[in-house]
Design a protein around this ligand. Structure first.
Ligand code: GTP
Ligand code: MG
Length: 206
């Protein structure tokens, strides 16, 4: 697998041409989006990580190539970080919404949720909006190394129960830890499956 940083964009209009299937990573600030991208591409430090929330402020495109298949991974600013101020928060939300609305090549969006916390209202409303906008997404529980197996299971079950109240079918769910390299194979396999479907759907019909 080879990876290349393509560019940082301040809005969807500046993003690279939509020539490849695209996988975006969204979630609250500090949930671990940039860390997860680095784990997937096995490149510590390519996506900038910080223990201070609000690190990623732009739309960052990375191109991944494996054999003849290429796709984009997209690192996005997080939501819900109060300390950046109301104006900046609004700016990030607008940036995210515009990107999601206009970027037609998004094949799947990975919504990251910190496995340590109880269901948070902004995460649940993000899930709701994605569903309503019919944007295909999966849920990734991050930082699983910070909890014991029982607590982890309890937290995830609680989330699933909450979602089951409004959703008939739950989206795919992944459990990840960048400390343990957990969830990497599962997410990459999922991307490979989506890529295969994408290439079939974009190939001219004979
Ligand atoms: P913003 O760019 O600010 O929105 O944050 P982000 O979602 O990109 O989070 P980032 O990847 O910068 O990680 C935030 C902090 O969480 C860093 O200190 C990471 O080292 C830590 N972190 C991320 N994933 C994991 C994980 O799986 N396990 C542990 N223990 N720490 C993690
Ligand atoms: Mg980040």
């Amino acid at each position: 697998m080879t990876t290349e940083f393509i560019k940082s964009s301040a809005n969807w209009k500046e993003c690279p041409e939509s020539t490849l299937p695209e996988y975006a990573f969204v979630g609250r600030s500090n949930v671990g989006k940039s860390s997860l991208i680095n784990m997937l591409i096995q490149h510590k430090g390519l996506a900038k990580v910080s223990s201070t929330p609000g690190k990623t402020q732009l739309i960052n495109h990375y191109r991944v190539r494996e054999g003849a298949v290429e796709w984009f991974l997209v690192d996005l600013p997080g939501y819900g970080f109060a300390r950046v101020g109301k104006d900046k928060q609004r700016e990030f939300t607008e940036l995210l919404n515009d990107y999601l609305l206009h970027r037609s090549s998004i094949v799947n969006l990975f919504l990251l949720i910190d496995s340590r916390h109880e269901p948070q209202s902004n995460d649940l409303s993000a899930i709701q909006s994605l569903g309503e906008a019919a944007i295909p997404f999966s849920i990734v529980f991050t930082k699983t190394d910070k909890l014991g197996t029982t607590r982890l299971r309890e937290n995830i079950d609680r989330y699933k129960n909450d979602l089951n109240k409004t959703w008939e079918n739950l989206p795919p769910v992944f459990l990840t830890s960048v400390e343990r390299n957990d969830g990497r194979d599962e997410i990459l396999n999922y991307i490979a499956t989506c890529n295969a479907m994408y290439s079939r759907s974009t190939q001219p019909q004979k």
